[in-house]
Design a binder for this molecule. Structure first.
Ligand code: LLP
Length: 419
């Protein structure tokens, strides 16, 4: 459910007609609905109330906008971060360092030092090598780093190969059958307080079964490790719950996910940690765009919009589907290809799609663009960095400026020897 609805034939974000935002900010622009964000944050949080001890860490990578993080901080979310940059954003939004989980396969020594200095709550270690390095750095600072060990459960998440993370051939975590030994060795290090296991098998999961299989394996490993006399008080179950991108698609509801977790983890006696991203932010945003022109095609017309793969990379990268709707549809539909202006064929949002009839100058949106949208944007083809707007009832504000090519150009230098 979201708060992007037609009123009087015009698509609104909450109480704000989208043409108002287009006129003032220009297009393309991401538009977020605060009410939708808050709702999703609460639905997920409330669903997990069936579990005894829960820690929620929003996956910042899915939408790191400061205003978005502020809303989630107020809803009691911690942060799952994968870089110092994401960590600084979480702290700037007021998320306590103690509620920050630092994930990622390539944390640098500088990032570890910074995270330790601010009191980062937990490091999710991706390897024995990383654990040894973190322990040394913490000890050199007179600190003890709190950590979990990320395991690779070798479970097929059944999602797109580029966003699968829990198969043995993926770079993430430590091999399942070596995890017990690594846990024992890392537990002996004075700079480390190893308190549990972590896993995350992939993103945009359409089914709960792979998660259940992975959690079940993790639970067995947890008991085995405890049997060896080591403490396991925290189990980080990651993120990955998918959302429908196509009208009519059915995905697991947070309550079903929570019921599955409750069943699998009954008797674990551990704090369960979660790193939801897309399920919180996916539906909270649209990418608002204007039709530049409609060009005749061999098979279907090409609807050329002013958004491109640099603004929304998901279709180009993962063949992802984003529903396309006219902001003021006239009723009839047409079959068309939707493309951006970038000079490569991967800049294609949809082929042979049945869409609202649109013409030059019309506004339209790509829906479900709140997760992995603006955060993956870049300036390829020397296009501007796409801006972001947040709506709250009848109010709205620009929450990230459009960064013009001139600003980016001003950061470039021609060396003396070329002048
Ligand atoms: N935790 C870890 C360790 C992760 O790597 C991720 C996502 C999450 C949590 C959050 O997963 P979520 O709940 O959002 O599924 N750019 C891709 C998605 C990449 C996801 C990477 N990791 C896309 O646009 O589909």
């Amino acid at each position: 459910m979201d708060h992007f609805e037609y009123r009087g034939g015009v698509l609104h974000a909450e109480d704000v007609p989208l043409p108002v935002i287009a006129a003032e900010v220009g297009t393309p622009v991401y538009v977020y609905s605060r009410a939708t964000l808050t709702r999703h944050a609460r639905v997920f949080r409330d669903a997990l109330k069936v579990l005894p001890k829960v820690h929620l860490a929003f996956a910042v990578k899915s939408n790191p906008n400061l205003a978005v993080l502020k809303v989630l901080a107020a809803e009691g979310y911690g942060a799952d971060v994968v870089s110092a940059g994401e960590m600084e954003r979480a702290l700037a939004a007021g998320i306590p360092a103690a509620d920050v989980v630092f994930s990622g396969v390539g944390k640098t020594a500088a990032e570890m030092r910074r995270a330790l200095a601010v009191g980062c709550g937990q490091f999710n270690l991706e390897s024995e090598e990383e654990g040894i390095e973190l322990a040394e750095i913490a000890a050199s600072m007179g600190l003890v780093a709190t950590a979990t060990l990320r395991i690779n459960p070798d479970v097929d998440a059944g999602t797109h190969a580029k966003i699968s993370t829990g198969k043995a051939e993926n770079k993430f975590g430590v091999p399942f059958d070596r995890a017990g030994g690594i846990y024992a060795r890392l537990s002996a290090l004075p700079g480390l307080n190893l308190r549990g296991l972590a896993l995350h098998i992939g993103s945009q999961l359409a089914k709960l079964d792979p998660l259940e299989a992975a959690f079940t394996k993790a639970g067995a490993l947890m008991q085995a490790i405890r049997g060896e006399g080591f403490a396991v008080t925290h189990m980080d179950l990651g993120g990955g719950v998918g959302v429908p991108y196509k009208a009519g698609d059915v995905f697991p509801q947070p309550a079903e996910y929570a019921a599955m977790v409750a069943r699998v983890t009954a008797g674990w006696d551990a704090t369960l940690m979660f790193e939801p991203g897309r399920v919180i932010t996916g539906n909270t945003g649209v990418l608002l765009t204007e039709v530049v022109r409609v060009k005749q095609g061999a098979l279907h017309p090409w609807v050329v919009v002013d958004a491109a793969m640099n603004d929304l990379a998901r279709p180009a990268m993962y063949d992802a589907w984003h529903d396309f709707s006219a902001v003021a549809p006239t009723g009839p539909t047409m079959t068309a290809n939707i493309v951006g202006p970038i000079c490569e064929s991967s800049d294609t949002f949809a082929m042979a799609r049945e869409i609202d009839v649109v013409a030059r100058g019309d506004l339209a949106v790509f829906r479900t663009a709140g997760a992995y949208g603006a955060t993956m944007a870049n300036t390829y083809n020397s296009r501007p960095m796409v801006p972001e707007v947040m709506v709250d009832g009848g109010k709205w504000a620009v929450v990230a400026d459009r960064i013009e090519p001139a600003t980016i150009l001003s950061a470039e230098r021609v060396p003396d020897w070329l002048a």
